[in-house]
Design a protein around this ligand. Sequence first.
Ligand code: ADP
Ligand code: MG
Length: 698
Amino acid sequence: MGISSPALWTEFFERYYREEINKLAYKIKSGGDGRSIYVNFVKDLTIFQEGKLGEELIENPDEVLQHAEKGLANVTNIYGVSLEGCKPRFYSLPTARKVLIRDLRAQHIGKFVAVEGIVRKVTEVRPRIVEAAFACLNCGSINMVQQEDSQLRQPFECSKCHTKRLIFLPDSSVSVDSQRLKVQEYPENLRGGEQPQTIDVVLEGDLAGSVNPGDRVVINGIVRAKPRGLGQRKLTHMDLYLEGNSIEVLHQEYEEFEITEKDREMIMQLAMSEDIYGKIVRSIAPSIYGHEDVKLAIALQLFGGVPKKLPDGTEIRGDIHILLVGDPGVAKSQLLRYVHRIAPRSVYTTGKGTTTAGLTATAVRDEVDGRWTLEAGALVLADKGVALVDEIDKMRKEDRSALHEALEQQTISIAKAGINAILRARCALLGAANPKYGRFEKYTPIAEQIEMSPTLLSRFDLIFVLTDEPDEERDRKLVDHILQSHQLGEMVERAKNVSAEYSEDVIRAKAVRIEPEVNPELLRKYIAYARKTVYPILTDEAKKRIEDFYLSLRSRVKENSPVPITARQLESIVRLAEASARVRLSDRVEVEDVDRVIRIMEKSLMQIAVDPETGEIDIDLAYSGTSKRQRDRIMVIKKIIENLEPSYEKGVPEEEILAEAEREGIERSRAKEILSKLKQHGEVYTPRYGHYRLVTKV
Ligand code: ADP
Ligand code: MG
């Protein structure tokens, strides 16, 4: 026999929740929303009656929640308002009552549990009938029928006159707001391509509509089971779902990391070591040979810059976006997978996406109940972490257009049917792309090779091109490195499965080169710690250094020559330099940070933005695929057409244009190329074959 009774709950509320109850009564009196009292389980229910009442709530929630609701209704308040129908909601359950989604079992059915995860889908909020009214057409009496399932239950006959002619009265029925969520386990807890497990949650009353996709939440509620199958054909297999009693939205970043005093000591020691950058670089995918610049860039991405909100309300992202473009088989995918393992929080996906929501987010109509559902994609799920997107060049059209907003404003706006939402996507993106011609072509602009628009490309702080050009010295080392890894792997497997003929020492010696210098566990904590506690500030010297770099590049710009660097790169440098300071756990961004970043930035620019004709860095070339010189030539050609147009009513003959271009110093073949490009882009048209006219004046 339990101790729970409405009277005992009244006593509990009067003892611990007087003030809250008066506040609630005031809210009700003044017509405000909300009919809930929030009870802190750990704080109050583990003390009251030596925790017995709390235990009963967990073991027998259906009955005990009814007692609690009745008990609450009987509590007096200073406004004399009735608390009938107010809901007691319980949060902060003991850790022992927290269950992982993948561990939910038959034993939990009907019990009160806490489940933590990330909201993946929400339906729109719609009323659900809890008590349906049916009028008898014979005697006119109203029959009320309690509803539990999603299918409307009808009375068999009128309870008064026993005839069977009844009609449903929606307006006299009792409804509550209702919403369904899909909650998924944390993506960073999945290892090696596991499919995330999910649980459906039903929220009613004032809980409905209180969370968004991407939110990290604890749902406290009762585990329910529903037979599978539709309509009459129910199966004995059951689906579990949660009936939510309360939701806690988690706000803190990286709170899942417990950093002990011992950890802190190790982190401090590491931060002071001489070659901390090298150490971290050697701890990122050590089985992958080379790519040191990329690894350093990734390290900076993991630590991140400082997100800022300026006094005028402008928000500047601290997240660093990196794009790897390159030949097949150069370990792009491997790198991404490794980052997934060390990032404190990350989501791994491919451009094609594995869910309907793909990279960003989408609103779809539910096939079963016709309700609109908002589903979060990878970038929303990666909020406050890293989104790893392999084969990003294959992403869908919708994602392509949403990505601009997602990368710069770090939000995703959805406006469709009944759903209007702005979801947060405060993540850093690490993308990998394969050029569409199979191999990277040195002289073809990136924008063209991976079909990403120049504006989208310019959102990336760093773009690296990884090519696979034969180089005897490098190839020899690469082969050796890969074979060593395989040999080591073979020995470990043999020792594990057959016999230990290779001693630990032999294996250890082989492992040295392939083992991360800082173990992944510690590295994750180090990153989480730095992101949470280090907020560095630019020193005047560092500021000066950035200024000088920026101005010197700009000053190299001769009249009429390409603009090598824009304010976007300036912001990137600041972000990356802040990240570099964070690596040392330094509160100051020093000149050394700026130098480190300039070196990486120049390398990246040299790979993507050097005009092969002049050897100069040209940002336009990288992003738009058109260099300054090319643009000048385009202008010349257009001018030629414009000038000749009055003499040729049916279009200027190609031969005339080419001859004129030649006089202006543009080779015929090049001029021909430009003409066909202009036609492709709809800037000129051909009223007759081989005859050109401008679409708009120059
Ligand atoms: P990508 O995604 O660039 O096409 P993958 O990541 O699939 O390439 O790599 C192909 C294979 O080649 C992987 O098994 C990877 O480990 C190996 N590989 C390629 N480059 C290197 C390298 N530099 N060091 C070690 N292994 C490499
Ligand atoms: Mg790949």
